[in-house]
Write a protein of this length. Structure first.
Length: 236
C-alpha cells in the first residue's frame, strides 16, 4: 500500500492524517486519495493545512486575475440621478480607455491570454464589441416593447469564432467608438421613469434598465482592467 502522497500544487511529499488513531485513515485532496499508515498519530495535519493554504492562495490569485476591479454588485439599489450621470459618462469614455490600454501592443502581445486559460487580449477586445452590441439592442428593445424576453448568446463560443480570433483590433475599436456614440445619445435621452423599464433574461429573470446601466459601465472597466493589469504584470 502506498502511504505517501504528493500535493498537486507543490509536489511536496508528506503523509496525510485525518486524526484517526491507529488503522488506516483516508483523506481526499482534490482528486487524489491519501492513506495514513497505522500509528501515524505524530504525523498530523501539516500536509493538509499546507496544501490547503496553497490551493486557497491559488484560487484567490485566479479570482483576482478574473475580477481585477471586483465583481459587479447586483444587490445595489436603484441609482440616483447623479450616479446615473456618472455611469453614462463611464460608458461614454470606455472607447478611449480601451484604445489607450491597447496602444503599442504588438501581434504577439495581442495573442497573450490575460490569465491562464483566459481569452487573449485580441479576444477580450472583440468580446467588448460583441457584448455591447447586444446591450445596445437590449436597451432599444426594452424602450420600444413591454418587458421583452431577450435571447442570450454563448459568449465563450463567440470568442472562438474566426472574427474574434484573427480580426485586427482596430475593427472593433472603431465599432465600439461608433456604437457607444449612439448608445450614449440614447442613454442621455431616457426620462426618470424609463429607467424602471425592464426586460426578461431567460436565466437571470427581470432586469431593469437602471441595473443594466451599472452592469455595462462595470463591464467595460472590467475588461479594460484585464488588459492593463496584464501589461503591468508583463512590464509591457
Amino acid at each position: 500500500m502506498n502511504y505517501a502522497g504528493f500535493c498537486p500544487e507543490t509536489t511536496q511529499e508528506a503523509f496525510a492524517c485525518t486524526g484517526t488513531h491507529g488503522g488506516h485513515a483516508n483523506f481526499q485532496h482534490g482528486h487524489t486519495n491519501f492513506v495514513a499508515p497505522p500509528g501515524s498519530l505524530s504525523i498530523v495535519y501539516q500536509y493538509v493545512v499546507f496544501c490547503g493554504k496553497r490551493e486557497s492562495k491559488r484560487r484567490q490569485d485566479m479570482e483576482d486575475l478574473r475580477y481585477p476591479i471586483g465583481k459587479f454588485d447586483r444587490s445595489k439599489g436603484p441609482n440616483t440621478p447623479e450616479e446615473r450621470k456618472k455611469l453614462i459618462e463611464a460608458i461614454a469614455e470606455l472607447p478611449g480607455h480601451l484604445k489607450h490600454s491597447l496602444t503599442g501592443l504588438n501581434g504577439k502581445q495581442l495573442e497573450t491570454p490575460y490569465r491562464d486559460d483566459g481569452w487573449t487580449v485580441r479576444q477580450v477586445t472583440h468580446h467588448l464589441a460583441d457584448s455591447h452590441i447586444n446591450a445596445y439592442v437590449r436597451y432599444k428593445l426594452a424602450m420600444t416593447e413591454d418587458n421583452p424576453t431577450i435571447k442570450p448568446y454563448k459568449e465563450a463560443a463567440w470568442a472562438e469564432l474566426a472574427d474574434s480570433r484573427v480580426t485586427p483590433i482596430d475593427v472593433s475599436l472603431a465599432l465600439v467608438d461608433s456604437l457607444h456614440a449612439r448608445w450614449v445619445v440614447l442613454l442621455r435621452s431616457l426620462k426618470p421613469e424609463d429607467w424602471e423599464r425592464r426586460l426578461t433574461h431567460p436565466e437571470a429573470g427581470l432586469i431593469s434598465l437602471d441595473m443594466m446601466l451599472g452592469l455595462y459601465a462595470w463591464h467595460g472597466a472590467h475588461h479594460v482592467a484585464h488588459i492593463t493589469e496584464l501589461r503591468k504584470r508583463s512590464q509591457w
